[in-house]
Write a protein that binds this ligand. Structure first.
Ligand code: GLN
Length: 487
């Protein structure tokens, strides 16, 4: 079953000609046919285009162009927020109905250059706003461990597709947790890179100062391979860091002697599920037994992070989403004059959560409220970043739960936005600070059996440390090898 392997395993077999890229892709397509009717990770899929890419990868290998190309022929699915030339780009929203991308996102261009087979449009919360993928305009995605539960969000389709073996890896985007939270709830590895390390060119903007693209994979090493392929400076993104692509493979070895890990005191909150707490406590003991020194640290402004995020993210979203006006993109519903046309188009095209955020964001930016909300939130954001930078003077990385609970039931929080917003309490501060974070499997709840995620946070450009710590833990445990029951 080629579709169930890690990238590293499949790459080795492709290299030995045990399997072709076409056969590997076909195994993914067969798996999609088998389970996706129930899982609903994919919104659409251009099979002919994917098969053509796989054949091209096989031809490149036959021509001897496979040296240093670990992604050659590897099937990777894309969240419906990334531009692929000639393919639909919908952000799981009705407002982009019929829109086709005129160009490739930088990450897509880079993956294609590396020979990956980039295929499919996977489901998400509309415009990446949500934590459960229930805000998709095209129906929810199931969690492969229990279809009645949510896969997390907003990149729920990416996480579910990787966990259910429909692809070898997927890309998602993370503004406040949208890679790490679904990775935790579906039992895969998810990485939010340092802000600016991966180009946002061709990523539809939600909150531009927070958004980052990153991989979902079935192993820590695989995430490093994808990161290496997609990272590096891009002149087309003005917030892109002046750094080359980052290769963390060399950092993946050895034990953790000499590494200091911090446990943030403020992350020990009430409302955290006891099974999540005990899994994370056990993971910390495991890390200690691998040689790491464990210290308690303080991030005193943590309690303000969710409120700060919902001011800054909504403010940026209200500005970014102003462009969907019925003139330039997708849906248009005519009216007697342009104002009525805008109102009808936006009224019909956006779902309730997107509307809520546009209204909130417009409010916090409006004159009279700007100073009280937006400006103040920016100041608190700086304090949150300083908390982290100070902590990283004492420790190499921080260890926390990724989420307060395992996957909840579909429908359980849809009528309570605040409950939904609190799902990201441990992931949001990382985006506000612009640092890097990774989630990897660290256990299961008992009844029902659902994955639990461990989050490791590192300083800006501290990805090598994240990968070293995560890989050492992964090697010492077998959580990442468990497969969900969906058949
Ligand atoms: N769940 C958070 C939100 O709804 C984060 C989303 C994201 O990271 N895109 O905004």
């Amino acid at each position: 079953m080629w579709n169930t392997l890690t990238i590293s395993d499949l790459a080795a077999r492709l290299g030995r000609r045990e399997v072709s890229a076409r056969e590997a892709l076909q195994a993914c397509l067969d798996r999609i046919d088998q389970v996706d009717g129930r899982l609903h990770a994919f919104l659409s899929l251009d099979r002919a285009d994917a098969l053509a890419q796989a054949d091209e990868a096989d031809a490149r290998r036959a021509r001897g162009e496979s040296a240093d190309q670990p992604l050659l022929g590897i099937p990777i699915a894309l969240k419906d927020i990334l531009a692929v030339r000639g393919q639909p780009l919908g952000c799981a929203s009705k407002i982009l109905h019929g829109f086709i991308s005129p160009y490739d996102a930088t990450v897509v261009e880079k993956l294609k250059a590396a020979g990956a087979v980039v295929f499919g449009r996977v489901n998400m919360d509309e415009f990446a706003m949500g934590s459960s993928t229930e805000n998709s305009a095209f129906g929810r995605t199931g969690n492969p461990w229990d279809l009645d539960r949510i896969p997390g969000g907003s990149s729920g389709g990416s996480a579910a597709a990787v966990a259910a073996d429909e692809c070898l890896a997927a890309l998602g985007s993370d503004t406040g947790g949208s890679i790490r939270q679904p990775a935790a709830l579906c039992g895969c590895v998810g990485l939010k890179p340092t802000y600016g390390l991966v180009s946002r060119y061709g990523l539809v903007a939600f909150a531009s100062s927070l958004d980052q693209i990153g991989p979902f994979t079935r192993s820590v090493r695989d995430a490093a391979l994808v990161l290496h392929a997609i990272s590096g400076h891009d002149p087309r993104d003005s917030t892109s860091l002046p750094e080359p692509a980052i290769d963390c493979a060399a950092a993946i070895h050895g034990d953790l002697r000499g590494i200091k890990l911090g446990l943030p005191r403020e992350y020990r909150i009430e409302g955290i599920d006891p099974e999540v707490k005990s899994a994370v406590d056990a993971a910390v003991r495991q890390l200690e037994s691998l040689g790491a020194e464990i210290l308690e640290v303080s991030l005193p402004h943590t309690q303000y992070a969710v409120a700060t995020y919902y001011i800054i993210a909504t403010a940026e979203a209200s500005a970014n989403l102003a462009r969907y006006d019925g003139v330039r993109y997708g849906l248009r519903i005519d009216g007697d004059d342009p104002i009525e046309m805008y109102a009808r188009t936006r009224g019909a095209g956006f779902g309730p959560e997107v509307k809520r955020r546009i209204i909130l964001g417009t409010y916090v930016l409006s004159s009279g409220y700007y100073d009280a909300y937006y400006l103040r939130a920016q100041k608190v954001r700086t304090l949150i970043r300083q908390d982290f930078l100070r902590a990283f003077e004492q420790v190499d990385a921080l260890v926390t739960p990724t989420t307060p609970t395992a996957a909840f039931r579909a429908g359980e929080k849809v009528d309570n936005p605040l409950q939904m917003y609190l799902c990201d309490i441990f992931t949001i501060p990382c985006n506000l600070a612009g640092i890097c974070g990774l989630s990897l499997p660290c256990g299961f709840t008992r009844e029902p059996r659902l994955p639990i995620g461990l989050q490791i946070l590192g300083p800006p450009m501290g990805e090598r440390t994240l990968f070293k710590v995560a890989h050492a833990y992964e090697q010492a445990t077998s959580w990442h090898r468990q497969k969900p029951p969906i058949q």
